[in-house]
Design a protein around this ligand. Structure first.
Ligand code: HEM
Length: 486
């Protein structure tokens, strides 16, 4: 029996061509293998010609039932190849592999952002700065996160968070993730940047900032109406809004309204002055946008997960309360950075939250020479994604039997603490480790304290599906009621 001609023309031949194109795509990309290195390329699939695995990733961004990277990790193991963001990419997980790549071999990497991220974040952002200059810039930014600065921020966070938690208890139900985004954004604007938010138009600022952020998580297509194009316009609008504020910063004319003595940016500016640097308006603008970008969605994500775990585990909330009582932390005067940042159980709750739900998925770099990892080679020019979530999920640092359980007490008894150096990496590792991690930690501690003092958390859906993009968050935004304590 012969195959009808139209089936041959419209089905069989296109399928054969599709298959051949995929094969040629593989042959082409495999030809980048460095023959001077004896190791093979990692297992995996480059997806379809030119678009690589982008469609599969885009599908998974919308999914509310399966996680793309978890599936691939289960299928291929700790090192596998793919093709994303226009380049071959090798994804790596596991404390020893990540330790060797990001710490030992870190000088063999360049920054690797897509065109849109590079352009939106700006040339002066730390994340865009190549290594030799990176250290110098980073040293200035570090001045925003000294213990003295954090002591000052703790007071401000206490006021802001107490007010906010009390507001939540007056509402019937809130979308936790949305509420945390608003809180984390306004705290970052006021504390890290010191923006005179009352003098600006906060609604316009937030809406421009959201448009700006949308430009990051999309294709780098700069055509009228595309999210990238809108993101660039929003960046310009934000810089215009910030212009008078930046001028005041440069001339030293900033007047604080008494809420905060010095913002993070004031400390950074004073480090520049001490070093007699010439700082341009563009550099300050990039610094502000990067700190707001890096420092608010991440914190909102972690804060939402913290609420979720406290809601799921009322016993944990009671243990935090007990620790506060035992340490005589009962009112405002006891509320110092020094006291709160050293409470061990509260610290373990935060660590366990970040272990199970790390806000950022991976650290992405570009290999500047052929690298060897886990018995495979990564050719020069390829992207490398060091996976945070899969390291936490699959690494031997964590007991097989209970690694998927929220157990803050595990941190007390972790028998091989040295292994958690690279087995627990919510803030990254190496010279680009998160610079705002102490601020994030104290934000979460103050939030946990006010939550256990003020309310019981009732989650509408205690086990939501967690989406990975653009940052880890519950697909349903975690509707919850914060019931005021008598
Ligand atoms: C729970 C909250 C946070 C998480 C999980 C987080 C996570 C991370 C990670 C994984 C990196 C490393 C990226 C890489 O190596 O490619 C990073 C870098 C960075 N983070 Fe955070 N972050 C958080 C909060 C903050 C805050 C509050 C700020 C500032 C206010 C901040 C500012 C930055 C900056 C500027 C970098 C780039 C550092 C550099 O390149 O030297 N982050 N963060």
């Amino acid at each position: 029996m012969s195959v009808p001609l139209f089936i041959l023309a419209w089905v069989v031949i296109p399928l054969i061509l599709l298959y051949l194109s995929k094969l040629l795509w593989k042959v082409y990309l495999d030809s980048f293998k460095d023959d001077n290195c004896k190791l093979p390329l990692p297992p995996g699939s480059y997806g379809w010609p030119f678009i690589g695995n982008s469609l599969a990733l885009a599908r998974s961004m919308k999914s509310t039932s399966a996680d793309y990277y978890t599936e691939l990790t289960k299928k291929y193991g700790p090192v596998y190849k793919s093709h994303l963001f226009g380049k071959p990419m090798v994804r790596v997980r596991g404390e020893s592999l990540i330790g060797s790549l990001m710490v030992k071999d870190h000088t063999n990497f360049g920054v690797a952002w897509m065109k849109n991220v590079k352009e939106l974040i700006g040339p002066f952002a730390l994340t865009n700065t190549p290594l030799p200059l990176h250290k110098e810039r980073r040293n200035r930014v570090k001045q925003a996160f000294t213990p003295d600065a954090l002591e000052d921020y703790t007071k401000h966070l206490r006021q802001t968070i107490e007010k906010e938690v009390k507001q939540w208890t007056k509402q019937k139900e809130i979308m936790t993730y949305d509420a945390m985004e608003t809180l984390a954004f306004s705290a970052a604007c006021e504390i890290i940047i010191g923006l005179p938010i009352d003098l600006l138009d906060p609604k316009k600022l937030a809406s421009d900032f959201n448009e700006y952020l949308n430009g990051f998580f999309t294709l780098p297509l700069n055509l009228p109406g595309t999210p990238f194009n809108k993101g660039i316009k929003a960046r310009k609008s934000l810089i215009n809004t910030l212009h008078p504020f930046i001028q005041d910063l440069i001339t030293g004319n900033i007047k604080r309204d008494g809420k905060i003595r010095s913002s993070g940016l004031d400390f950074i500016m004073s480090a520049h002055r001490d070093n007699e640097d010439t700082v341009t308006e563009s550099e300050i603008a990039d610094r502000i946008l990067e700190l707001l970008f890096a420092g608010h969605k991440t914190v909102a994500s972690a804060a939402t997960s913290l609420v979720m775990f406290l809601g799921q585990n009322p016993g944990v909330a009671h243990k935090i309360e007990k620790e506060l009582e035992e340490n005589d932390i009962q009112n405002i005067s006891d509320f110092t950075y020094l006291k709160i940042s050293t409470l061990p159980y509260l610290g373990d709750v935060i660590k366990e939250t970040l272990r199970m739900q790390p806000p950022a998925g991976a650290m992405i770099r570009q290999a500047s020479k052929t690298l060897e990892v886990g018995g495979y080679q990564i050719p020069a020019g390829w992207l490398v994604a060091c996976s945070i979530k899969e390291t936490h999920d699959f690494d031997d640092t964590w007991d097989q039997e209970d690694r998927d359980k929220f157990k803050p007490d595990r941190w007390k008894t972790l028998d091989k603490p040295y292994r958690t150096r690279y087995g627990f990496i919510p803030f990254g590792v190496g010279p680009r480790i998160c610079i705002g991690r102490t601020y994030a930690d104290i934000f979460l501690r103050v939030l946990a304290i006010y939550l256990v003092w003020e309310c019981d958390i009732e989650l509408k859906n205690p086990n939501p599906f967690m989406k990975r993009f653009p940052i880890r968050h519950p697909a349903d935004h975690l509707p919850a009621t914060f019931v005021s304590k008598p």
